[in-house]
Design a protein around this ligand. Structure first.
Ligand code: G3I
Length: 302
Protein backbone atom coordinates (compact mmCIF):
# COMPACT_ATOMS: atom_id res chain seq x y z
CA UNK A 1 0.00 0.00 0.00
CA UNK A 2 1.12 3.54 -0.67
CA UNK A 3 -0.31 5.47 2.29
CA UNK A 4 0.17 5.01 6.03
CA UNK A 5 -3.51 4.43 6.77
CA UNK A 6 -4.00 1.86 4.02
CA UNK A 7 -0.78 0.11 4.96
CA UNK A 8 -1.85 -0.12 8.61
CA UNK A 9 -5.28 -1.42 7.61
CA UNK A 10 -3.67 -4.53 6.09
CA UNK A 11 -3.29 -5.85 9.64
CA UNK A 12 -6.51 -4.31 10.96
CA UNK A 13 -4.73 -1.38 12.57
CA UNK A 14 -5.09 2.37 12.10
CA UNK A 15 -2.53 5.09 11.53
CA UNK A 16 -3.52 8.47 12.93
CA UNK A 17 -2.30 11.99 13.50
CA UNK A 18 -2.99 14.92 15.79
CA UNK A 19 -4.96 17.60 13.96
CA UNK A 20 -5.06 21.28 14.95
CA UNK A 21 -8.22 23.17 14.04
CA UNK A 22 -6.19 26.28 13.28
CA UNK A 23 -4.42 24.51 10.42
CA UNK A 24 -7.50 23.20 8.61
CA UNK A 25 -7.33 26.17 6.23
CA UNK A 26 -3.86 25.12 5.07
CA UNK A 27 -4.37 22.97 1.98
CA UNK A 28 -0.88 21.46 2.06
CA UNK A 29 -1.64 20.28 5.59
CA UNK A 30 -5.12 18.95 4.85
CA UNK A 31 -4.02 17.24 1.65
CA UNK A 32 -1.34 15.25 3.46
CA UNK A 33 -3.50 14.57 6.49
CA UNK A 34 -6.45 13.38 4.42
CA UNK A 35 -4.32 11.18 2.18
CA UNK A 36 -2.16 9.46 4.80
CA UNK A 37 -4.16 9.00 8.01
CA UNK A 38 -7.35 7.19 9.01
CA UNK A 39 -7.57 8.23 12.69
CA UNK A 40 -7.61 11.73 14.16
CA UNK A 41 -6.86 13.15 17.61
CA UNK A 42 -7.63 16.82 18.31
CA UNK A 43 -4.29 18.27 19.42
CA UNK A 44 -5.88 20.74 21.88
CA UNK A 45 -9.54 21.27 20.97
CA UNK A 46 -11.20 18.62 23.16
CA UNK A 47 -9.19 19.40 26.28
CA UNK A 48 -10.78 20.79 29.41
CA UNK A 49 -9.87 24.45 28.87
CA UNK A 50 -11.28 24.32 25.34
CA UNK A 51 -14.51 22.45 26.08
CA UNK A 52 -15.57 24.04 29.39
CA UNK A 53 -13.99 27.51 29.55
CA UNK A 54 -16.47 28.65 32.21
CA UNK A 55 -18.09 26.40 34.80
CA UNK A 56 -21.13 24.70 33.31
CA UNK A 57 -20.67 26.44 29.95
CA UNK A 58 -19.49 23.92 27.42
CA UNK A 59 -18.03 25.00 24.09
CA UNK A 60 -17.50 22.42 21.36
CA UNK A 61 -16.88 24.81 18.45
CA UNK A 62 -13.20 23.95 17.97
CA UNK A 63 -13.56 20.31 18.91
CA UNK A 64 -16.38 19.95 16.41
CA UNK A 65 -14.24 21.51 13.66
CA UNK A 66 -11.69 18.75 14.12
CA UNK A 67 -14.35 16.06 14.59
CA UNK A 68 -16.31 17.12 11.50
CA UNK A 69 -13.21 17.34 9.31
CA UNK A 70 -12.24 13.84 10.37
CA UNK A 71 -15.64 12.23 9.86
CA UNK A 72 -16.36 14.07 6.60
CA UNK A 73 -13.11 12.56 5.33
CA UNK A 74 -13.94 9.05 6.50
CA UNK A 75 -11.71 8.95 9.56
CA UNK A 76 -12.36 7.86 13.12
CA UNK A 77 -11.61 10.02 16.15
CA UNK A 78 -9.79 9.45 19.42
CA UNK A 79 -11.01 11.79 22.16
CA UNK A 80 -8.29 13.64 24.06
CA UNK A 81 -8.62 14.20 27.03
CA UNK A 82 -11.18 14.36 29.88
CA UNK A 83 -9.27 14.44 33.20
CA UNK A 84 -5.79 15.96 33.31
CA UNK A 85 -3.75 18.18 35.63
CA UNK A 86 -2.75 20.41 32.70
CA UNK A 87 -4.74 22.69 30.42
CA UNK A 88 -7.41 23.11 33.05
CA UNK A 89 -9.40 26.34 32.74
CA UNK A 90 -8.65 28.85 35.47
CA UNK A 91 -11.89 28.16 37.33
CA UNK A 92 -10.94 24.48 37.66
CA UNK A 93 -7.32 25.16 38.59
CA UNK A 94 -8.59 27.01 41.62
CA UNK A 95 -10.81 24.16 42.80
CA UNK A 96 -10.15 21.38 45.29
CA UNK A 97 -11.78 18.65 47.32
CA UNK A 98 -15.32 17.49 46.79
CA UNK A 99 -16.21 20.42 44.57
CA UNK A 100 -13.36 19.60 42.17
CA UNK A 101 -14.27 15.92 42.21
CA UNK A 102 -17.84 16.81 41.23
CA UNK A 103 -16.57 19.22 38.58
CA UNK A 104 -14.48 16.43 37.07
CA UNK A 105 -17.53 14.14 36.96
CA UNK A 106 -19.67 16.89 35.42
CA UNK A 107 -16.99 17.58 32.83
CA UNK A 108 -16.72 13.96 31.78
CA UNK A 109 -20.51 13.71 31.54
CA UNK A 110 -20.84 16.96 29.58
CA UNK A 111 -18.17 16.25 26.99
CA UNK A 112 -19.01 12.59 26.52
CA UNK A 113 -22.70 13.38 26.12
CA UNK A 114 -21.91 15.78 23.27
CA UNK A 115 -19.83 13.15 21.46
CA UNK A 116 -21.85 10.13 22.56
CA UNK A 117 -21.50 7.21 20.15
CA UNK A 118 -19.07 9.15 17.95
CA UNK A 119 -15.67 8.55 19.52
CA UNK A 120 -13.61 5.39 18.96
CA UNK A 121 -11.67 5.77 22.21
CA UNK A 122 -11.35 8.43 24.90
CA UNK A 123 -8.19 9.25 26.80
CA UNK A 124 -10.23 9.41 29.99
CA UNK A 125 -7.28 10.18 32.26
CA UNK A 126 -4.01 11.66 31.04
CA UNK A 127 -0.57 11.74 32.69
CA UNK A 128 -1.59 10.92 36.26
CA UNK A 129 1.71 9.32 37.30
CA UNK A 130 4.87 11.02 38.51
CA UNK A 131 8.14 11.11 36.61
CA UNK A 132 11.22 9.81 38.36
CA UNK A 133 11.71 6.78 40.54
CA UNK A 134 8.68 6.80 42.84
CA UNK A 135 6.31 4.86 40.61
CA UNK A 136 3.53 6.78 42.33
CA UNK A 137 0.92 9.29 41.39
CA UNK A 138 1.67 12.79 40.21
CA UNK A 139 0.70 15.46 42.70
CA UNK A 140 -2.17 17.56 41.32
CA UNK A 141 -5.41 19.12 42.42
CA UNK A 142 -7.20 16.04 41.06
CA UNK A 143 -4.93 13.64 42.97
CA UNK A 144 -5.53 15.59 46.16
CA UNK A 145 -9.27 14.86 45.85
CA UNK A 146 -8.40 11.25 46.76
CA UNK A 147 -6.54 8.34 45.21
CA UNK A 148 -9.77 6.93 43.78
CA UNK A 149 -10.19 9.86 41.35
CA UNK A 150 -8.95 7.80 38.40
CA UNK A 151 -11.38 4.93 38.89
CA UNK A 152 -14.21 7.38 39.47
CA UNK A 153 -13.33 9.01 36.15
CA UNK A 154 -13.43 5.64 34.35
CA UNK A 155 -16.71 4.55 35.94
CA UNK A 156 -18.27 7.90 35.06
CA UNK A 157 -17.00 7.61 31.49
CA UNK A 158 -18.39 4.08 31.02
CA UNK A 159 -21.84 5.24 32.03
CA UNK A 160 -21.66 8.38 29.89
CA UNK A 161 -20.82 6.56 26.63
CA UNK A 162 -20.75 2.76 26.77
CA UNK A 163 -19.72 2.61 23.09
CA UNK A 164 -16.37 4.35 23.55
CA UNK A 165 -13.24 2.50 24.51
CA UNK A 166 -11.78 4.01 27.67
CA UNK A 167 -8.02 4.58 27.81
CA UNK A 168 -5.41 5.63 30.32
CA UNK A 169 -2.76 7.69 28.46
CA UNK A 170 0.74 8.69 29.58
CA UNK A 171 4.34 9.40 28.54
CA UNK A 172 7.57 7.84 29.80
CA UNK A 173 5.82 4.50 30.28
CA UNK A 174 7.40 2.90 27.21
CA UNK A 175 10.55 1.59 28.93
CA UNK A 176 9.60 -1.53 30.89
CA UNK A 177 12.30 -0.97 33.51
CA UNK A 178 11.14 2.51 34.52
CA UNK A 179 9.30 2.96 37.82
CA UNK A 180 6.58 5.03 36.15
CA UNK A 181 5.84 2.16 33.76
CA UNK A 182 5.52 -0.22 36.69
CA UNK A 183 3.25 2.18 38.54
CA UNK A 184 0.81 2.40 35.64
CA UNK A 185 1.04 -1.36 35.03
CA UNK A 186 0.11 -2.06 38.66
CA UNK A 187 -2.84 0.32 38.45
CA UNK A 188 -4.19 -1.33 35.30
CA UNK A 189 -3.72 -4.79 36.81
CA UNK A 190 -5.61 -3.65 39.92
CA UNK A 191 -8.39 -2.10 37.82
CA UNK A 192 -8.83 -5.30 35.82
CA UNK A 193 -8.85 -7.37 39.02
CA UNK A 194 -11.52 -5.17 40.64
CA UNK A 195 -13.66 -4.64 37.56
CA UNK A 196 -12.94 -0.95 37.11
CA UNK A 197 -13.86 -0.29 33.45
CA UNK A 198 -10.69 0.26 31.43
CA UNK A 199 -10.23 -0.89 27.83
CA UNK A 200 -6.91 0.47 26.67
CA UNK A 201 -3.61 2.08 27.54
CA UNK A 202 -2.09 4.78 25.37
CA UNK A 203 1.68 5.08 25.18
CA UNK A 204 2.41 8.62 24.03
CA UNK A 205 5.93 7.74 22.80
CA UNK A 206 7.51 11.20 22.74
CA UNK A 207 11.07 9.94 22.29
CA UNK A 208 14.05 12.24 22.77
CA UNK A 209 17.51 12.19 24.34
CA UNK A 210 16.07 12.38 27.85
CA UNK A 211 13.57 9.58 27.30
CA UNK A 212 14.94 7.57 24.39
CA UNK A 213 13.35 4.63 22.63
CA UNK A 214 14.44 1.30 24.10
CA UNK A 215 13.92 -2.10 22.51
CA UNK A 216 12.07 -3.27 25.63
CA UNK A 217 9.09 -1.17 24.47
CA UNK A 218 7.79 -4.35 22.82
CA UNK A 219 7.94 -6.15 26.17
CA UNK A 220 5.98 -3.30 27.73
CA UNK A 221 3.27 -3.50 25.07
CA UNK A 222 3.08 -7.28 25.44
CA UNK A 223 2.86 -7.15 29.23
CA UNK A 224 0.11 -4.54 29.30
CA UNK A 225 -1.83 -6.39 26.58
CA UNK A 226 -1.60 -9.56 28.68
CA UNK A 227 -3.61 -7.76 31.38
CA UNK A 228 -6.55 -7.75 28.96
CA UNK A 229 -6.43 -4.23 27.53
CA UNK A 230 -5.78 -2.88 24.05
CA UNK A 231 -2.58 -0.91 23.72
CA UNK A 232 -1.94 1.96 21.31
CA UNK A 233 0.83 4.38 20.46
CA UNK A 234 -0.94 7.68 20.83
CA UNK A 235 1.41 10.66 20.33
CA UNK A 236 4.47 9.34 18.53
CA UNK A 237 7.32 11.69 17.68
CA UNK A 238 11.08 11.05 17.72
CA UNK A 239 13.68 13.77 18.11
CA UNK A 240 15.65 13.79 14.87
CA UNK A 241 13.19 11.29 13.28
CA UNK A 242 15.65 8.41 12.93
CA UNK A 243 14.18 6.07 10.28
CA UNK A 244 15.52 3.05 12.17
CA UNK A 245 13.91 4.10 15.43
CA UNK A 246 10.62 4.83 13.70
CA UNK A 247 10.68 1.40 12.07
CA UNK A 248 11.45 -0.23 15.42
CA UNK A 249 8.42 1.42 17.04
CA UNK A 250 6.14 0.34 14.19
CA UNK A 251 7.46 -3.23 14.35
CA UNK A 252 6.93 -3.32 18.12
CA UNK A 253 3.26 -2.51 17.61
CA UNK A 254 2.90 -4.97 14.74
CA UNK A 255 4.37 -7.70 16.95
CA UNK A 256 1.61 -7.32 19.55
CA UNK A 257 -1.85 -8.46 18.42
CA UNK A 258 -3.61 -6.07 20.84
CA UNK A 259 -1.61 -3.07 19.64
CA UNK A 260 -4.50 -1.57 17.72
CA UNK A 261 -2.89 1.45 16.08
CA UNK A 262 -0.37 4.23 15.96
CA UNK A 263 -0.88 8.00 16.05
CA UNK A 264 1.88 10.52 15.28
CA UNK A 265 1.69 13.87 17.09
CA UNK A 266 1.36 16.14 14.07
CA UNK A 267 1.75 16.13 10.30
CA UNK A 268 4.83 18.23 9.34
CA UNK A 269 7.80 19.18 11.51
CA UNK A 270 6.49 22.74 11.44
CA UNK A 271 3.21 21.53 13.00
CA UNK A 272 4.98 19.80 15.91
CA UNK A 273 4.86 21.01 19.52
CA UNK A 274 8.66 20.61 19.31
CA UNK A 275 9.47 21.92 15.81
CA UNK A 276 13.17 22.26 16.61
CA UNK A 277 13.39 18.51 17.08
CA UNK A 278 12.14 17.89 13.53
CA UNK A 279 10.48 14.75 14.96
CA UNK A 280 7.75 13.96 12.41
CA UNK A 281 7.32 12.18 9.08
CA UNK A 282 6.97 15.21 6.77
CA UNK A 283 9.24 18.24 6.57
CA UNK A 284 8.00 21.81 6.79
CA UNK A 285 7.34 21.86 3.05
CA UNK A 286 5.22 18.72 3.24
CA UNK A 287 7.84 16.43 1.70
CA UNK A 288 8.11 12.84 2.88
CA UNK A 289 11.18 12.31 5.06
CA UNK A 290 13.26 9.11 5.25
CA UNK A 291 11.34 8.26 8.42
CA UNK A 292 8.12 8.25 6.39
CA UNK A 293 9.51 5.64 4.02
CA UNK A 294 10.77 3.56 6.94
CA UNK A 295 7.33 3.62 8.58
CA UNK A 296 5.49 2.79 5.36
CA UNK A 297 7.85 -0.10 4.60
CA UNK A 298 7.44 -1.48 8.12
CA UNK A 299 3.64 -1.29 7.86
CA UNK A 300 3.87 -3.08 4.51
CA UNK A 301 5.67 -5.94 6.19
CA UNK A 302 9.29 -5.27 5.67
O1 G3I B 1 -4.24 29.14 21.41
C1 G3I B 1 -3.36 29.95 22.18
C2 G3I B 1 -3.15 31.29 21.54
O2 G3I B 1 -4.38 31.97 21.52
C3 G3I B 1 -2.11 32.06 22.33
O3 G3I B 1 -1.85 33.27 21.71
C4 G3I B 1 -0.83 31.26 22.44
C5 G3I B 1 0.22 31.98 23.27
O4 G3I B 1 1.02 31.09 23.99
O5 G3I B 1 -1.11 30.03 23.04
C6 G3I B 1 -2.04 29.25 22.30
O6 G3I B 1 -2.27 28.05 23.01
C7 G3I B 1 -1.22 27.12 22.95
C8 G3I B 1 -1.80 25.80 22.40
O7 G3I B 1 -0.83 24.79 22.45
C9 G3I B 1 -2.28 25.94 20.97
O8 G3I B 1 -1.20 26.23 20.13
C10 G3I B 1 -0.70 26.88 24.35
O9 G3I B 1 -0.03 28.04 24.80
C11 G3I B 1 0.24 25.73 24.38
O10 G3I B 1 0.57 25.43 25.72
C12 G3I B 1 -0.42 24.51 23.77
O11 G3I B 1 0.52 23.46 23.76
C13 G3I B 1 -0.03 22.19 23.64
C14 G3I B 1 0.37 21.34 24.85
O12 G3I B 1 -0.12 20.02 24.68
C15 G3I B 1 -0.19 21.92 26.13
O13 G3I B 1 -0.05 21.05 27.20
C16 G3I B 1 0.51 21.54 22.37
O14 G3I B 1 -0.03 22.25 21.24
C17 G3I B 1 0.10 20.08 22.29
O15 G3I B 1 0.78 19.47 21.23
C18 G3I B 1 0.49 19.38 23.58
O16 G3I B 1 0.05 18.04 23.50
C19 G3I B 1 0.36 17.23 24.63
C20 G3I B 1 -0.76 16.24 24.78
O17 G3I B 1 -1.98 16.88 24.90
C21 G3I B 1 -0.51 15.35 26.00
N1 G3I B 1 0.78 14.72 25.94
C22 G3I B 1 1.92 15.62 25.71
C23 G3I B 1 1.68 16.45 24.47
C24 G3I B 1 2.89 17.32 24.18
O18 G3I B 1 3.09 18.27 25.20
Amino acid sequence: ESTLGAAAQQSGRYFGTAIAAGRLGDSTYTTIANREFDMVTAENEMKIDATQPQPGQFNFSQGDRVYNWAVQNGKRVRGHTLAWHSQQPEWMRNMSGGALRQAMINHINGVMAHYKGKIYAWDVVNEAFADGNSGGRRDSNLQRTGNDWIEVAFRTARNADPAAKLCYNDYNIENWTWAKTQGVYNMVRDFKARGVPIDCVGFQAHFNSGSPYHSNFRTTLQNFAALGVDVAITELDIQGASPTTYANVINDCLAVPRCVGITVWGVRDSDSWRPGDTPLLFDGNGNKKPAYTAVLNALNGG
